[in-house]
Write a protein that binds this ligand. Structure first.
Ligand code: PLP
Length: 429
């Protein structure tokens, strides 16, 4: 394919570790990116249905955030500050409190745990253990929480777990919503183990859950299932950690993905799109009574990247003072859903399954091989769309929330054609 031939990728293939992965699916050299489009060094545009794996909800080089960043940098403001007081940190915290927490009646203390989502998860797990004096954590089938050892221990994927090189302990997986396709009542197994003193289940310090499993295959938990989980945790004195690293910051509509369920988790992990601009930033939100760490007991050099605070503040002020973004995300999500339903209906024999909530959408293919072929054909037609799920069987559609309807439709046309082509090649069309 011509776009691949044009790129000199030799330094990546010779010097960079073979652990790199996204560049294998999209082997061009990207140079510029604006809105919902990434451009390679030859100027070819690729519509982006990936959005930095959820880190670019407001699009690439969003003009409002870019301006805030340029203004910040050009006035010689602080860039690095560990956890020292800075004006940027203060302004962010004020905006987050006034615009996000207070209107939702959420009372949390903010921990800056380190730069990435996995840091937010590690901090939550550590603190839950310290607060309760217990070791064990309950996680869910097909969960993904990050690559550091604590986060990996509550992650399902066998390949990723295998990379740990040490036993991953103190975590017990339970069935996520619909794992048994409604064959059993919700929490049938979990409740039975908790109630049975002979079950061998240590009472966990916490349960960690995603309300929509992004990497796990766009599995959306029902609101009633999340409410049931929250009640179960409360009844048994178990802390509830909601990992909103990928689904927070508006991906499912509301700022937090759990708002729809009306629950108030004990701890919330945020990262990815919280800075708005793609700069690294992570937050662990904890109920005030859980905020028991000694000063410095959790630490890290990159816990206050001030330009990220600045763009985070502007993103919150620009997009979350009213319900405009939430409503447009829900409308766009329905647009994807109806298109996915139509694609599934036109290939009935293939048994495609549309999945997801808001603008986190998936189309489950009969195999990982077919989903990967869809992604490949889409790339040849200049659309970036990745796959997820235990076998990579789900075509995962997560465009910037700010994508225009016309761009969304254009990308969905490419997906529809790619699905038809992949199924036809496979003889299942
Ligand atoms: N938690 C969830 C739900 C995620 O989706 C991810 C990353 O995809 C992480 C945690 C880890 O975040 P990071 O890659 O920034 O460490």
């Amino acid at each position: 394919m011509s776009v691949i031939e044009q790129s000199d990728t030799s330094i990546f293939t010779s010097l960079e570790s073979q652990v790199r992965s996204y560049s294998r699916s999209w082997p061009v050299v990207f140079d510029r990116a604006l809105g919902s489009t990434m451009y390679d060094e030859s100027g070819n545009g690729y519509l982006d249905f990936f959005a930095g794996a959820g880190a670019l909800n407001y699009g690439h080089s969003n003009p409002l955030l870019k301006k805030a960043l340029i203004d910040y940098l050009s006035s010689d403001r602080v860039i690095h500050s560990l956890d020292m007081f800075t004006t940027a940190r203060r302004d962010f915290l004020r905006a987050f409190d006034e615009i996000i927490l207070k209107p939702r009646e959420l009372d949390y203390r903010v921990i800056f745990p380190g730069p990435g989502g996995t840091n937010a998860v590690e901090a939550a797990l550590k603190l839950a253990r310290k607060v309760t004096g217990r070791e064990s954590i309950v996680n869910f089938t097909n969960a993904f929480h990050g690559m550091t050892l604590g986060a990996l221990s509550v992650t399902g994927n066998a390949l990723k777990r295998g990379g740990a090189g040490v036993p991953l302990v103190h975590a017990t997986p339970m069935p996520f919503d619909d794992y048994f396709q409604q064959d059993y009542p919700d929490f049938f197994y979990f409740k039975r183990l908790l109630a049975d003193s002979g079950s061998g289940l240590n009472i966990p310090a916490a349960v960690i859950v995603e309300s929509v499993q992004g990497e796990g295959g766009i599995n959306a938990a029902r609101a009633e299932w999340l409410r049931g989980l929250s009640e179960l945790c409360q009844e048994n004195g178990i802390l509830l950690i909601l990992d909103d690293v990928q689904m927070g910051c508006g991906r499912t509509g509301g700022f937090f993905s759990f708002e729809e369920a009306g629950i108030k988790p004990d701890m919330v992990c945020l990262s990815k799109s919280i800075s708005g601009s793609g700069l690294p930033l992570a937050l662990t939100l904890v109920k005030p009574e859980l905020d028991i760490w000694e000063p410095g007991e959790h630490n890290g050099t990159f816990r206050g990247i001030a330009p990220a605070f600045e763009t985070a503040r502007v993103a919150i002020e620009e997009y979350w003072q009213d319900r405009g973004l939430e409503e447009s995300t829900l409308a766009k999500g329905l647009r994807v859903e109806s298109r996915f339903n139509a694609i599934a209906a036109s290939h009935e024999a293939a048994g495609l399954v549309p999945k997801g909530r808001g603008l986190a959408r998936g189309l489950q293919m009969p195999s990982g091989e077919l989903a990967s072929r869809v992604s490949q054909i889409a790339f040849e037609n200049r659309l970036l769309v990745e796959t997820s799920g235990p076998e990579g069987e789900v075509v995962k559609v997560m465009p910037p929330l700010t994508i225009a309807d016309g761009e969304l439709d254009r990308g969905l046309d490419i997906v529809a054609n790619a699905v038809a082509e992949a199924l036809a090649e496979h003889g299942t069309g």
